[in-house]
Ligand binder design. Structure first.
Ligand code: PMP
Length: 394
């Protein structure tokens, strides 16, 4: 996939909105524009119906019911609602500990820290192994009946580690702790139809699944809904769990994207895997020393490759590649902040190794030609850096 002359290998930062999705959204901007919460006229009813259909599509993606879906502005808000919402309603209860893995997205980590500061809960980070897999032993050791919530992502956004949520769920059930799973990176790359059986809450993001930006969703299991305190107050539009007029076109877009992700995952996954493997193997054949961070190719997000170019600075490489190739150092959300990725540090990399690492993520429209050209461009960028004396000391 190219945008002008730029090869796009940053699908885990964001995906283009699928044209079929965009088409379904368009009527709801200027034509069927009624307020979906206007209960007194046909324009309102039509918008409400479109939103209900969208919620059903999102629910079908994860095997849930449509009234277990709360639309939000994105996965960041969904994560905030899940963690803060549950903690707010459990203040002064006997469960006063929250466990999160060390490699969670900042929207989980920062929210957990805020809960500790503001509401007095104890937040504990769970360690991961070199592949980013949660230490089940640490989880078992820390679990007891004073744990309110455990938050573990299904797929890590930087190194593509896939969590074993079945085992985690079993462990938590024994202690009655709530399981929240950040699934922002999962639609379209793993089959989610059983998800609702293994988690109590799950966060999704429209723009990571070929839907629009500015929309996301939180799945909240029926039995948990009266334990979740809203974080946005107002007209109570979504069963009082989240107030605010729903953005009909964005909800419709998320629903359409969910439907495509659900129905195409089986055919898309092997294609992503083949292209991603071609990239990693191609880079490995170059004369530069490269290494794959995180799990082996067979056991990670099929489109993710986090590659270390020892002796180089990832930001120098990406700068040298502009404007021809888009990929990222660490996660896009922390890019710009001069600190090594907390995910790469948590799997045991040194700061220098973390700063030498680039995340490439292939998508549905990535071609073999994109991959071959990317390998060639990276080879030339590295040569240029060496001859320009910009190589970093190992
Ligand atoms: N969680 C994960 C795992 C993510 O990758 C992201 C996006 N970087 C988010 C949450 C935040 O999603 P959004 O951009 O929809 O707020």
């Amino acid at each position: 996939m190219r945008v002008g002359n730029t090869i796009y290998l940053d699908h885990q930062a964001t995906t283009p909105t699928d044209r079929r999705v965009l088409e379904q959204m368009m009527p709801f901007f200027a034509d069927a524009f009624g307020n979906p919460h206007s209960a007194d006229h046909i324009l309102g009813w039509n918008a409400a119906q479109a939103i209900e259909a969208a919620a059903s599509n999102v629910a079908a993606l994860i095997g849930a019911d449509s009234d277990e879906i709360v639309f939000t502005s994105g996965a960041t808000e969904a994560n905030n609602l899940a963690l803060l919402g549950l903690a707010q309603s459990a203040v002064n209860g006997k469960r006063n500990r929250i466990l999160v893995s060390a490699t969670e997205h900042k929207s989980v980590l920062a929210t957990a820290r805020e809960i500790q500061r503001r509401l007095g809960f104890t937040v504990e980070l769970l360690p991961v192994d070199v592949e980013g897999a949660l230490s089940l032993k640490a989880l078992k050791d820390k679990l007891s009946d004073d744990v309110l919530l455990v938050s573990i992502a299904l797929i890590n956004n930087e190194i593509g580690t896939i969590s074993d949520i079945t085992i985690i769920h079993e462990l938590l059930t024994e202690f009655g702790a709530v399981f929240h799973c950040d699934c922002a990176q999962a639609p379209g790359v793993v089959d989610l139809k059983m998800l609702s059986e293994h988690v109590d809450m799950a966060s999704l993001s429209g723009h990571k699944m070929y839907g629009p930006k500015g929309i996301g969703a939180l799945f909240v299991r029926h039995s948990l809904q009266d334990r979740l305190h809203p974080i946005i107050h107002g007209g109570g539009q979504q069963r009082y769990l989240r107030s605010g007029t729903l953005p009909t076109p964005l909800c419709v877009g998320m629903g359409a994207a969910a439907e495509i992700a659900r129905s195409t995952v089986a055919e898309v996954t092997p294609v992503l895997r083949r292209r991603r493997d071609r990239l990693v193997n191609g880079l490995g054949r170059l004369r530069w020393r490269t290494a794959l961070n995180g799990p082996d190719l067979a056991n990670r997000h099929p489109g993710n490759a986090n590659v270390r170019f020892d002796g180089f600075s990832a930001s120098d490489i990406l700068a040298a590649l502009q404007p021809k190739l888009a990929a990222s150092t660490g996660s896009a959300c922390t890019s710009g902040i001069p600190e090594p990725s907390h995910v790469l540090r948590a799997i045991g990399l040194s700061a220098a190794q973390a700063e030498a690492s680039i995340r490439f993520s292939v998508g549905r429209q990535t071609t073999d030609q994109d991959i071959e050209d990317a390998i060639d461009l990276i080879d030339r960028a590295l040569s240029k850096l060496v001859s320009g004396g910009m190589e970093v000391a190992v």
